[in-house]
Design a protein around this ligand. Structure first.
Ligand SMILES: [Zn+2]
Length: 248
């Protein structure tokens, strides 16, 4: 077990200790009659019971099927989306991202896994859309990495950091020679060549937080296919406000 795994195990332990049965959306209790443990429908593992309370489960618009090749938004393959980015779900995610409530990331990752984990078995590796180093320093955490680490833990599929995001300042200086395709903004690049051998010919799952135009996902997927030789890149986002998501 490497140091990161030990550290992650410890933080997960305290997370369970401090927030065992608190709804990640409203902060209310999620305790169900008699037992605080239940069995995951996906893999039969025992998990702490429900991530969101029955009221929030009713209020949140959740999607249960992946979008298959949803046209211009994400032409590369499947697109999984947990829920509609509005109301209480949007408020909760905003709290996570901008108020430093890092523990919520694991719960959001768990929600994604509980919805779609059965489909995730086909992927060799999971990766995620990273924040820039500047943003990481200011925020103190990487919101997509927190969610991805939990999905990795629950699924047993290894996470690889395949991409780096440049800060705005670097972006200016890099423009001009990074414009490889219509999807390239120059904001992202591959994180060295070290992962090429692992990724070549493999199916990758790419995690992002909120889908709006889809430009970020397309750019990142294209880099993973073109520069690292992945066979395919399917994408999973926590939420989207788009009305064309969730209709196949
Ligand atoms: Zn709730």
């Amino acid at each position: 077990m490497n140091k990161r795994k030990v550290f992650y195990g410890i933080t997960t332990f305290f997370d369970e200790l401090l927030f065992p049965e608190i709804c990640v959306i409203c902060g209310g209790s999620t305790a169900t009659e008699g037992t605080s443990k239940r069995t995951s429908a996906v893999d039969g593992n025992s998990v702490r019971g429900p991530v969101i309370c029955p009221k929030c489960a009713k209020d949140v618009v959740r999607y249960t099927m992946p979008n298959e090749h949803p046209g211009d938004i994400y032409p590369f393959g499947k697109l999984y989306c947990y829920g509609r980015y509005s109301g209480a779900l949007k408020e909760a995610f905003t709290r996570y991202k901008f108020k430093g409530e890092v523990w919520m990331g694991k719960r959001f990752g768990k929600l994604l896994y509980e919805s779609f984990g059965a489909w995730f078995r086909e992927y060799s590796y999971i990766s995620y859309v990273p924040v820039s180093r500047d943003r990481f320093r200011k925020r103190g955490f990487d919101q997509c990495h927190e969610m991805t680490a939990e999905i990795s833990k629950l699924s047993g599929i290894e996470t690889l950091r395949l991409l780096e995001a440049d800060s705005g300042r670097q972006k200016q200086s890099r423009l001009g020679f990074v414009q490889r395709s219509s999807n390239a903004s120059g904001k992202f690049r591959v994180n060295g060549d070290g992962n090429r051998e692992k990724v070549a010919g493999r199916k990758i799952l790419l995690i992002d937080d909120i889908l709006t135009t889809g430009a970020t996902l397309r750019e990142c997927a294209e880099l993973i296919v073109d520069e690292l030789g992945a066979l395919s890149v399917d994408a999973a986002v926590f939420a989207s406000g788009r009305s064309d998501i969730g209709r196949n």
